[in-house]
Design a protein around this ligand. Structure first.
Ligand SMILES: *Cc1c(COP(=O)(O)O)cnc(C)c1O
Length: 362
C-alpha cells in the first residue's frame, strides 16, 4: 500500500451499549476513526484509532476561518451480510472539488478509498441492518496550522468518523422560502460541502422551525425567485409528468442522490429537466392541479417527501405523501438496489474490501 496505516484497536467496544432498534441520526459513533495528516501537500501518519477527542492548536485556521470541508455517505449490508458502499467514487471526487475551492490539498483516490474501506471493514458490526438504517460515514478535512493570520495554510487533518443512524427526516417535510436570507451566490462556495455553508444556515433554519416548518427552501441570491435546494438536500418536483430539478450552476450541491434519482427517472421513461425553476411556477402548477410530487434527495435523508411549501405567506399543501407514487418508487428502488431485491444495473454498490485488516483480524 502506498499509504501505510497504523492500527490501534479499542480495548472495549461500545457496540453492546447501543440500542440498534432506536438510532436517531448522528447520536452514536462507531468504535474507531481514521485520521491522516497532510504537510505541505504530502499525506502521512495514517491511523485507525479508537473514536475520541483529538488535540489541535486553538490557533488553527479551521477554528477561526472555517477552512473545513466534509462528505456524507453510507455503508450498508448486502443480503449476504457483506459491508457495502454506495457510489463512493462520487464522494471522493466531490471531496476534492470542495478541497480545491477551499484551498486545501487533494486527497488521492488510494488514500480516500483505503481509509474508508479499512475503517468500515473494521467497524462492520456497527452497520445496522434494519430497514432504512445504515452506518453514516463522515469524512472531513480541516486546516491545523498554528497561525492566526488569514492566508492559505499547509497543515491539514483528514478524518473519517462513523455513526449508525436511522433516517434524518422520518416524516414528510414542511418547507418555507426566505426573502431575507440566501444560502449561496454565484462565485461563492454553494457547490462545495464547506462547513460555513451550514453554520450560516442555522439561524434561518431556527427561524423556519420556530414558525412550524422543518426546512428552508432556498432560492437564488439575486431575485429570490428560482429554487435551489432544501436544507441539506437537492429538490425535485414532478409537474405534469415531467421531473424537474434545478440545474447545477455553482450555487447548488451536486448530490449523489440527485444524480441517482435523475438516472432512475430516465429509466422509468420519464422526461427529466435540469433547469431554472421558479417558485411561482411551482405555486402555479399546484393551482392548476399539475403538481404531482415534490421531494428532497440526500444521503442522510434519502428521499424525503415535501408536505407543505410556504412562500411569501401563502402555503400550499401537497396530496398525502403515502399516495404519491414518484418519491415512493424512487425510495423503494434505491433501497432495493442496496438490499439486493432489485438488480444493481448501474454498479452503484461497491463491496468493502480490506487489504490490511483482513489479515490482522484473522
Ligand atoms: C450533501 C448535500 C446534498 C445531498 O447530496 P448527496 O450526495 O445526495 O448526499 C444536497 N444539498 C446540500 C446543501 C448538501 O450539503
Amino acid at each position: 500500500m502506498k499509504y501505510p496505516f497504523h492500527i490501534e484497536r479499542t480495548e472495549v467496544s461500545r457496540l453492546k451499549n447501543i440500542d440498534f432498534s432506536n438510532l436517531p441520526f448522528g447520536k452514536y459513533y462507531g468504535d474507531h476513526m481514521f485520521v491522516a495528516e497532510s504537510r505541505r501537500g504530502r499525506w502521512m501518519d495514517c491511523r485507525i484509532i479508537p473514536f475520541g477527542n483529538i488535540p489541535f492548536s486553538p490557533a488553527s485556521s479551521a477554528i477561526h476561518y472555517g477552512q473545513i470541508i466534509f462528505e456524507g455517505m453510507k455503508a450498508f449490508k448486502n443480503p449476504e451480510g457483506e459491508p457495502m458502499l454506495f457510489r463512493p467514487e462520487m464522494n471522493w471526487k466531490r471531496f476534492n472539488v470542495s478541497a480545491e475551492r477551499m484551498a486545501m490539498p487533494q486527497v488521492p483516490h488510494e488514500l480516500f478509498h483505503d481509509a474508508l474501506n479499512e475503517l468500515v471493514y473494521m467497524d462492520q458490526d456497527w452497520i445496522p441492518t434494519e430497514k432504512g438504517y445504515s452506518l453514516y460515514l463522515r469524512p472531513f478535512m480541516f486546516a491545523t496550522d498554528r497561525f492566526i493570520g488569514v492566508r492559505p495554510t499547509e497543515l491539514f487533518k483528514f478524518i473519517i468518523i462513523t455513526s449508525p443512524s436511522g433516517l434524518y427526516y422520518p416524516k414528510p417535510v414542511k418547507v418555507v422560502t426566505f426573502q431575507k436570507y440566501v444560502r449561496a451566490f454565484p462565485g461563492g462556495v454553494g457547490f462545495a460541502k464547506a462547513a460555513g455553508n451550514y453554520g450560516a444556515s442555522m439561524l434561518p433554519l431556527k427561524e423556519a422551525m420556530d414558525a412550524g416548518f422543518d426546512q428552508v427552501l432556498w432560492t437564488d441570491g439575486y431575485e429570490h425567485k428560482y429554487i435551489e435546494e432544501i436544507g441539506t438536500m437537492n429538490v425535485f418536483f414532478v409537474i405534469d409528468n415531467v421531473a424537474i430539478t434545478p440545474s447545477l450552476d455553482g450555487t447548488i450541491l451536486d448530490g449523489v442522490t440527485r444524480d441517482s434519482v435523475i438516472q432512475l427517472f430516465k429509466q422509468y421513461g420519464m422526461k427529466v429537466e435540469e433547469r431554472r425553476l421558479s417558485i411561482d411556477e411551482v405555486m402555479e402548477a399546484n393551482k392548476k392541479g399539475l403538481l404531482q410530487d415534490a421531494f428532497g434527495s440526500g444521503t442522510a435523508a434519502g428521499i424525503s417527501p415535501i408536505s407543505h411549501i410556504s412562500h411569501k405567506g401563502a402555503t400550499i399543501e401537497l396530496p398525502p405523501a403515502a399516495g404519491r407514487k414518484y418519491w415512493l418508487r424512487l425510495r423503494d428502488d434505491l433501497d432495493g438496489i442496496k438490499n439486493g431485491t432489485i438488480p444493481d444495473r448501474y454498479g452503484w454498490c461497491m463491496k468493502v474490501k480490506s487489504q490490511i485488516l483482513a489479515e490482522v483480524l484473522e
